[in-house]
Design a protein around this ligand. Structure first.
Ligand SMILES: Nc1ncnc2c1ncn2[C@@H]1O[C@H](COP(=O)(O)OP(=O)(O)O)[C@@H](O)[C@H]1O
Ligand SMILES: [Mg+2]
Length: 336
């Protein structure tokens, strides 16, 4: 299929790792990004690695098995059909069986080891091993080819939260104590080659609140530090923004507003209740304070120099229509 080349901020990126403080909308944004990337007609794989089945819930499908399943089709674009979004929930044990099969043709052995609890044991005593198996699955999906061309145009990973992302992606150092040579080491090196290439970026999802913003800034700094710049930060996705917040933050001081408010109430024939004007003014200034605090957080996010995207709060909750809306926002802002 001929896919038209569009100028986006992440042209050439094939692996989009999405992290963020828990609850900021990591899973939602990863899914919206996958849909946005598929709008060009590309097939996109959306992966989750934390065993929460968040993707299945979001797309309202039964829990995902360890198997790539189509969960959505991107909206048509300029008369061209949208691409398919496939989803996969990866867990360390299944990824280990996959690995044994790929490298040793040992699927049966993997199953037997699972029954004996050996894989559980191995991945529990060596968290670095789990991580290399999970990131390894993403790297495999990025590299997979069929008939000479890539099976997936892009892979989006709903990754662990910001606090764990550095260790998760820095698998070489994590497994080096475990295996200095041999197939696991070789595997880890292959995975690192993908993660530390310009084909991979790490996006951060945040809200305009102090904690998630700080985690975003720390996370970006950490990635740069642990990898000497080889693990590339991607975009900052400011989620659940409210329309008009910027204007609200820029408005005049509270006293003048209370005066104007009471004038307006009088004009509307509601001017006799002084408490009403005071209550309304208090509410307005609360909102303004919040808006101003948010603007301050927003300015902090400019420091790392990464592209920022704003995603609106979808007031009636996130369903497929909501995801399409967020995907359209991401396209409009150049994220995909
Ligand atoms: N832009 C948005 N507008 C409205 N609700 C949202 C938005 N983004 C996320 N949510 C909701 O916030 C909650 C947490 O989102 P989720 O993607 O599961 O976060 P995380 O994966 O970071 O824990 C979910 O209920 C989700 O539907
Ligand atoms: Mg999630």
């Amino acid at each position: 299929m001929v896919v038209s080349v569009r100028d986006t901020d992440w042209d050439g990126v094939r692996l989009h790792v999405v992290t963020g403080k828990g609850g900021t909308g990591k899973t939602t944004v990863a899914a919206a990004l996958a849909l946005a990337l598929a709008c060009d007609g590309r097939r996109v794989l959306l992966m989750e690695v934390e065993g929460r089945q968040g993707i299945a819930q979001l797309f309202d499908v039964p829990p995902l098995p360890y198997e790539e399943r189509r969960v959505a089709v991107a909206p048509a674009q300029d008369g061209r059909p949208g691409g398919d979004v496939f989803a996969l929930a990866v867990d360390p044990q299944s990824a280990m069986i996959d690995y044994l099969e790929m490298f040793y043709n040992l699927r049966q052995a993997g199953r037997a080891l699972t029954k004996l609890g050996v894989l559980d044991f191995a991945t529990t005593i060596a968290p670095g091993l789990s991580d290399v198996l999970l990131t390894g699955k993403a790297a495999e999906a990025v590299r997979r080819k069929s008939g000479g061309s890539p099976v997936y145009g892009a892979v989006v990973m709903d990754a662990p939260p910001t606090g764990r992302i550095g260790r998760f992606l820095n698998v070489t150092s994590e497994v080096s104590g475990l295996a200095k040579v041999g197939p696991i080491r070789g595997h880890a090196d292959t995975v690192q080659n993908v993660i530390r290439s310009p084909q991979t970026v790490v996006h951060f999802v945040t809200l305009l609140e102090e904690m998630p913003v700080q985690e975003t800034l720390d996370g970006i700094a950490e990635l740069r530090e642990i990898s000497a710049g080889e693990i590339r930060p991607g975009g900052i996705f400011v989620n659940m923004t409210r329309p008009g917040a910027a204007e609200l933050a820029d408005r005049g001081d509270g006293d003048r507003q209370a005066d104007m408010l009471s004038l307006a109430l009088k004009a509307a024939g509601l001017g006799d209740d002084p408490d009403l004007a005071a209550d309304l003014a208090a509410e307005l200034s609360d909102e303004e304070r919040t808006a101003r605090a948010q603007q301050a957080q927003r300015r902090l996010l400019d420091a790392p120099g990464q592209p920022c995207y704003e995603l609106p709060l979808i007031s009636d909750g996130i369903d497929l229509a909501g995801l399409y809306r967020l995907a359209a926002e991401l396209r409009g802002q150049g994220a995909a």
